[in-house]
Design a protein around this ligand. Sequence first.
Ligand code: ADP
Length: 398
Amino acid sequence: MADSIVLVLNSGSSSLKFSLFDLGKQQELMNGLADRLGQNDDEAALSWKFEGVKDKQTIAGADQAKALETLLQLLENKGFASRLSAVGHRVVHGGEYFYDSVLVDDLVLDKIKRCNDLAPLHNPANVLGIEQMQKLFPGLPQIAVFDTAFHQTMPKEAYLYALPYELYREHGVRRYGFHGTSHKYVAQQAVKQLGLNPSQHGIVTAHLGNGCSATSVLNGHSIDTTMGMTPLEGLVMGTRSGDLDPSLHQFLAQRLNIGIDEITDMLNKKSGLLGVSELSNDMRSLCDAAEEGNEQAELAVQLFCYRLAKSICALAMPLGKLDALVFTGGIGENAVRVRELTLNNLKILGFELDTEQNGKHGSDNNGVITSDSSTCAVVIATAEEWAIAQDTARLIGE
Ligand code: ADP
């Protein structure tokens, strides 16, 4: 661990995020982003922050492979490339193959590819990222860390849809859940920070970013979550509808004379906060607009919090006893009003909001936001990249 440097990569089709961690010193050395990839324009660029200074390099017309080559050059220039111990890759879908993070070999890569159908927008790009790094750093351990793995402990009654069983058996149609790295990390932090019994606790974690999901964590294991076979199910999100009536596709197809692809696009990209507010998918903008009297922005915020509270109630059910509710993600950590509205909707679970503490706590200042209530709510900043780096270190034995 003395000089163990781990690169964490999140490879998408049009963007690439990276972080570099010194595990010995437990600190992030550098992070950055390559965006506008694969779009044949001159705007693609790699930007990064190192020792507090931001810098940028344009990589005109770059695709993901070119962006990774540019990243390698950057790491060489800074003297980190030769010191890398491993690369940790965020992989969105691990299907039923992966219960934990794993050292990538040919068999693992083949299984990840078999999950491409389940996450066609994400997994192929994740696979390309792994293959490219294998070429650039032959022999360096590559670790895959899955968004779905934490939820593989869900019992069958939680993950099965009430559909013909054959669809599950033959085609893998079931609920998988996502954001697993974040839910696991903040649940572990909650146990530590609140002094809960590591082998006997019930927690609901609410990861609220552009995508949103909440999870029941019983004694360290996910036993239910709001996202399903895809990240569209569950809570209201920035542009995603979350749960709705499965008959809607047929109604919309007939009424609007549009096809399945167009409807799916609407549910993923034009719904949620954006759809209801007709203003923005961004919670901060909506809270500001609501305060200035925009009624539709206010409605979107209220609807978001109502549905969130309703799902939290449902997720508390299989826990038996709820010790804590964790708010995390950009909205969970920063949107004071969202926490207030949500907890006010949750008096049935014994929450008593401490308005002063709620106003104080945020990304840089985690803490409890309830007063003498029987159940505690807490803000804990997520650290998905750090969690991936730690899993990577565990798998290479450091
Ligand atoms: P991602 O899922 O892309 O990682 P984030 O976790 O960064 O997204 O969350 C982005 C969301 O957090 C946006 O809706 C943004 O408006 C919201 N957010 C960030 N800061 C605040 C704030 N101070 N008040 C309200 N919402 C905020």
